[in-house]
Design a protein around this ligand. Structure first.
Ligand code: UDP
Length: 337
């Protein structure tokens, strides 16, 4: 592996980025991380991975890292991810997600880094008219978060046409679960995602889980999503890197999901089943901007990459999320001691 270049992971101290670091590390890739630690955690990055605390828009810092670490690819996760916050504070999202990505891409081109992998989102589709959603479904985001990510997709498309750089934009569906060995997991304070909220409730960290809407056009009336295990998602990034290296003339926009959905009630039932408890459920009204159902068509990624999801079973996703939530309690106690 000594002839391999190093992969720079931006946002490598965050939820998905830290799992990508583990997947690259496990696959024998040298890795370095840049993270500003606004939402990420230093402890989420293994001790033997070079770590730079800083801003991805700092061109001098990126140039220094590329030289010091022999960077040959960037995996870009750094950014802001809370949809309602993006509605309240759109300029934060157009700065953190669009403007800083633009600066990072400029530094990548200036320093002749040939490959770029981007953390995009199904939120770029908005409320799609078809299900499952294919990559050529019109992208009409309904919030600044989705728009800020779509802008970066467009920048990558245009920049790769003009310069020697190819890219893969992976559009994530609902990312959930945690590293099977509990080395990392969803650690965000005040997280709002369904499974995270549900495991917090199961462990007594919250009193109940709100069910946002029971009158959707789905089998049981609650929202349906395509939940993908974060480690399967991380594995897809390593395969994307292999593909970009194998054919530098090709770039990719690919959905990342399993192509099947679970309703809110099915997710809560799974948590009850795995814990042998009954979480308190509170029926509430719809949350603004939630589509009835969001399921990926994953035919393209299945065709192009030898991607073999290992953790698609919902109970397994719940089991890993729970194991991490327990461990996180211990880590938080240690950190505050
Ligand atoms: N949801 C819910 N209660 C919660 C959080 C989410 O009922 O506390 C529902 C939400 O309306 C959607 C699904 O669970 O149908 C997934 O929402 P989440 O926020 O996890 O992800 P999103 O699909 O919005 O990215």
């Amino acid at each position: 592996m000594s002839d391999r270049f190093t992969v720079l992971v931006t946002g490598g101290a965050g939820y998905i980025g830290s799992h990508a670091v583990l997947a690259l590390h496990d696959a024998g890739w040298p890795v370095a991380v840049i993270d500003n630690l606004v939402t990420g955690f230093r402890w989420a990055v293994p001790d033997d991975v070079p770590f730079y605390e800083g801003n991805i828009a700092d061109a001098a810092l990126i140039a220094k890292i590329v030289t010091e670490q022999n960077i040959g690819a960037v995996m870009h996760f750094a950014g802001s991810v809370v949809v309602p916050e993006s509605v309240e504070n759109p300029l934060k999202y157009y700065d953190n997600n669009s403007a800083r990505s633009r600066s990072l891409i400029e530094a990548v081109i200036a320093n002749k880094v040939p490959h770029f992998i981007f953390s995009s989102t199904a939120a770029t589709y908005g409320i799609p008219e078809v299900s499952p959603v294919r990559e050529d479904t019109p992208q009409v985001p309904i919030n600044p978060y989705g728009m800020s990510k779509l802008m970066t997709e467009h920048m990558l498309r245009d920049v790769s046409a003009a310069h020697d750089m190819n890219f893969c934009a992976l559009r994530y569906f609902n990312v959930a679960g945690a590293d099977p060995q509990a080395r990392s997991g969803q650690s965000t304070i005040g997280a709002t995602h369904l499974l995270k909220v549900a495991v917090e409730a199961a462990l007594g960290k919250r009193d109940s889980v709100a069910i946002f809407g029971t009158d959707y056009d789905t089998a049981d009336g609650t929202g349906v999503r395509d939940y993908i295990h974060v480690s399967d998602l991380a594995a897809a990034h390593v395969l994307a890197l292999d593909a970009l290296i194998a054919d530098p003339t090709q770039s990719h926009f690919l959905n990342c999901g399993y192509g099947r959905g679970f309703s809110v009630l099915e997710v809560l039932d799974a948590v009850d089943r795995v814990t042998n408890l009954k979480i308190n459920r509170k029926m509430e009204g719809r949350r603004a901007g939630d589509p009835d159902s969001l399921i990926s068509d994953n035919g393209a990624i299945m065709d192009r990459f030898p991607w073999k999801p290992q953790y698609a079973d919902l109970d397994q996703i719940v089991t890993h999320a729970l194991a991490w939530e327990r461990k996180l309690g211990d880590i938080q106690q240690e950190q505050s001691a």
